[in-house]
Design a protein around this ligand. Structure first.
Ligand SMILES: [Zn+2]
Length: 434
């Protein structure tokens, strides 16, 4: 960040938002126009399906207390910057308020965390540290994309059993379920392509897949909630020095030093790269930190699930983050750099780790983040580790089926030529380059 230490978190967020929208070709008046267009869409959906804004969570009666269902009131919440989508802001604030009250003290972070969204073109959030306040800024299409994605996948991964839901086991049972839900798989593919090409996903339409009015509530909201909390908690790790995890994390320094030593002695001498060794070292450290942030976020979901007796759908939400990010990256490479995709499929995890660093990626590839979390969970003998791995098999099976279907469909159907430019902008462009 070089835009000056004097800027407040809100000013820095406004600058990032402005840069991000400008990268998409939108001027400040266009941005407001875009927010108005999005608002019209939500108004239409709400009229078509009363209760559309409700996102009831089973077994959590006080949810209603935190989530504003009145659209007018939701649009009256003052936003932290002029370039903030009001709907996304009030929704995120509501989810965060609910979560904060359950897992932290009611007033913790109440005034010192600024939530925001912007079209950053990164399937992620950004932690923005400040002196008196911190900020978390989320890619603005991500929330609607995730909500719709989760809605479609929950139909496949869970089956209704009376008032409750049961998990579909990996293997033949899930395969049958996938076979009976080809329409949903196709919608997942269209949704992913739409997000990549248009750069934004409109809020999910009320659809036949909604279970909102059914007894037992709608499980997709719990899974989606897990997804959002995972993203926020990951960023909190970067913002808060004290890990506050349920399990004591090993000293990052010790494990990092050992890994770096191997890397420096055995790997770097064999690489022909122009990237400076110090850059490699700092990226290596940064990537380790990302895995720790993921681990912290999964632990937080576990804690929340224990309070609400909703452990598994919440953990599914966290794990789905990685699978969705992986799918986004896979489709991106298919369109923009198919040779690199073919090459990456031939190399194993260790080389993928190095490849991400040499490409100066800010995060390890999602595949490695996912396996990093599982490995760490197993190493710490967390009580739920074995079950998590068992559950994870369902997600692997489902996403393999999505990729298979994608390849079948696009044997004849041409792929889009390019994805939206926001996905290709350099990090510098977001923060300004002076
Ligand atoms: Zn991170």
């Amino acid at each position: 960040m070089t835009s000056g230490d004097w800027a407040s978190v809100e000013e820095r967020i406004a600058q990032i938002q402005l840069n991000a929208f400008e990268n998409m070709g939108l001027s400040p008046p266009d941005i407001l126009h875009e927010f108005a267009r999005r608002r019209q869409e939500i108004v239409r959906f709400s009229a078509a399906r009363p209760g559309y804004l409700g996102s009831r969570i089973p077994q959590t009666p006080d949810w209603d207390h935190y989530i504003e269902r009145n659209l007018r009131k939701r649009y009256n919440v003052p936003t932290p910057t002029p370039f903030q989508d009001p709907y996304l802001y009030s929704y995120l604030s509501d989810v965060w308020g609910y979560y904060r009250a359950r897992i932290y003290a009611e007033d913790a972070f109440a005034s010192d965390l600024v939530l925001a969204t912007a079209p950053t073109g990164r399937f992620n959030a950004l932690a923005i540290p400040g002196t008196d306040k911190n900020g978390i800024l989320i890619e603005d299409g991500l929330l609607h994309f995730a909500r719709e994605f989760v809605k479609l996948t929950s139909e496949i991964l869970y089956v209704r059993a009376g008032k409750n839901f049961e998990v579909v086991d990996p293997g033949p049972a899930l395969q049958r379920r996938i076979g009976a839900h080809v329409l949903q798989i196709d919608s997942l593919i269209d949704l992913t392509l739409g997000y990549l090409v248009d750069g934004y996903i409109t809020p999910p339409k009320p659809s036949d897949f909604d279970l909102d009015d059914q007894p037992g509530g709608d499980i997709h909201n719990v899974i989606f909630h897990g997804f959002v909390v995972f993203v926020l908690e990951h960023e909190l790790h970067h913002l808060i020095a004290e890990p506050q995890g349920l399990h004591v994390l090993p000293s990052l320094e010790t494990s990092f030093d050992a890994m770096w030593q191997t890397f420096e002695q055995d790997v770097i001498p064999h690489l022909s790269t122009k990237v400076d060794k110090e850059v490699i070292r700092s990226l290596h450290a940064q990537h380790q930190e990302e895995i720790l942030a993921d681990y912290r976020a999964m632990n937080r979901l576990l804690a929340l699930g224990r309070i609400d007796h909703l452990v598994w759908p919440l953990l599914d939400g966290g794990m789905l983050f990685f699978h969705m990010a992986e799918l986004i990256r896979w489709v991106t490479l298919k369109i923009e750099d198919p040779e690199r995709l073919i090459l990456e499929q031939k190399i194993d995890g260790r080389w993928l780790t190095i490849s991400a660093i040499l490409h100066q990626e800010s995060h390890p590839y999602p595949l490695l983040r996912r396996s990093g979390v599982i490995a760490r969970t197993k190493a710490h003998n967390v009580p739920y580790a074995e079950l998590l791995i068992e559950r994870e098999k369902r997600l692997i099976q489902l996403f393999n089926a999505i990729r298979l279907r994608f390849n079948q469909r696009h044997q004849d159907l041409p792929l889009p030529q390019h994805i939206n430019r926001k996905w290709r902008i350099a990090e510098k462009a977001l923060f300004g380059s002076t």
